[in-house]
Design a protein around this ligand. Structure first.
Ligand code: FER
Length: 262
């Protein structure tokens, strides 16, 4: 059994999410890929780090949005470009590519209408197939990336946190780093999420869980955490002071991004 990392979690410093003057910054691509799963062309955003070069090979973080969002949600609300650029400038993060998919894998994947309609909720489950069989292969043929499990991470907020836990822990042959910020009720029950405790404990490099104490969905994290503690599954837990909000999710990205691909 690996030891739980006794890692002091220092809060993000002021300005961590603000544009600062750097010699080089990351860049954003908007990509379009064929989804055999959905039968449409789908879109994602891709952040390449400062100094990005096709001559290097990079690990990849897949960073997922919530029920109210789409592939732009992190950019609209979470300032990921500033957070990542600042982490790179301070050498607090491994050089990596970050992909922002659309996790609602259906023909109309916009965040419109009744977001809780059964077909829209089901599309967040369908996304597992789109990610594994359509998006990841696209990224791995178009970008210079490392393709072993230790160089692939998945994390997300709320609905995307649930997806990250469900998909990441079911596919430890693909993901060694899994993070959930305020995971939603789409998160599988703990015994389904981690049916093979010893194997998961052995293979996971980082299992990150964080949630605001005032979040109505706190119970999802609480039940997941209770299982991790009881069954001695190595993990990092951060209880935040906020609710179901961007302060928590930006902090989650800041913390998780520093601890992956190490
Ligand atoms: C639910 C409440 C919230 C739920 C999902 C959410 C699937 C998602 C919230 C978010 O993504 O912000 O009952 O059920």
């Amino acid at each position: 059994m690996k030891k739980v990392p006794l890692d002091p979690i220092a809060p993000a410093p002021a300005g961590f999410d603000l544009d600062q003057l750097h010699r080089t910054n990351g860049a954003i691509d908007v990509i379009t890929y064929d989804s055999k799963t959905v039968g449409t062309k789908r879109h994602a955003l891709v952040y390449t780090p400062p100094g990005f070069s096709k001559d290097n090979s990079y690990p990849v973080l897949y960073l997922l949005h919530g029920i109210g969002g789409d592939e732009y949600e992190w950019f609209n609300h979470g300032r990921p470009q500033a957070i990542l650029d600042n982490l790179h400038a301070n050498k607090q993060i491994a050089e990596c590519i970050v992909v922002f998919p659309n996790g609602r894998a259906m023909v109309n994947d916009r965040a419109e209408g009744d977001l809780f309609a059964p077909d829209k909720i089901a599309a967040f489950t369908t996304f597992e197939q789109d990610l594994l069989h359509d998006l990841i292969p696209y990224i791995e043929t178009r970008y210079p990336v490392l393709t072993d499990r230790e160089n692939r991470a998945i994390a997300g907020l709320s609905m995307g946190g649930g997806q990250s836990l469900n998909i990441g822990l079911r596919h430890l042959e693909r993901f060694a780093w899994v993070g959930a910020f305020s995971p939603a009720p789409n998160t599988l029950a703990p015994a389904e999420l981690i049916p093979h405790v010893d194997e998961a404990s052995e293979r996971i490099k980082l299992l990150w869980l964080s949630c605001g104490k005032a979040d109505d969905l706190y119970y999802v994290s609480e039940r997941t955490l209770a299982f991790l503690v009881e069954r001695h599954v190595p993990h990092l837990w951060l209880e935040e002071s906020g609710g179901h909000d961007w302060t928590v999710w930006k902090s989650g990205l800041y913390q998780f991004a520093q601890r992956i691909f190490q």
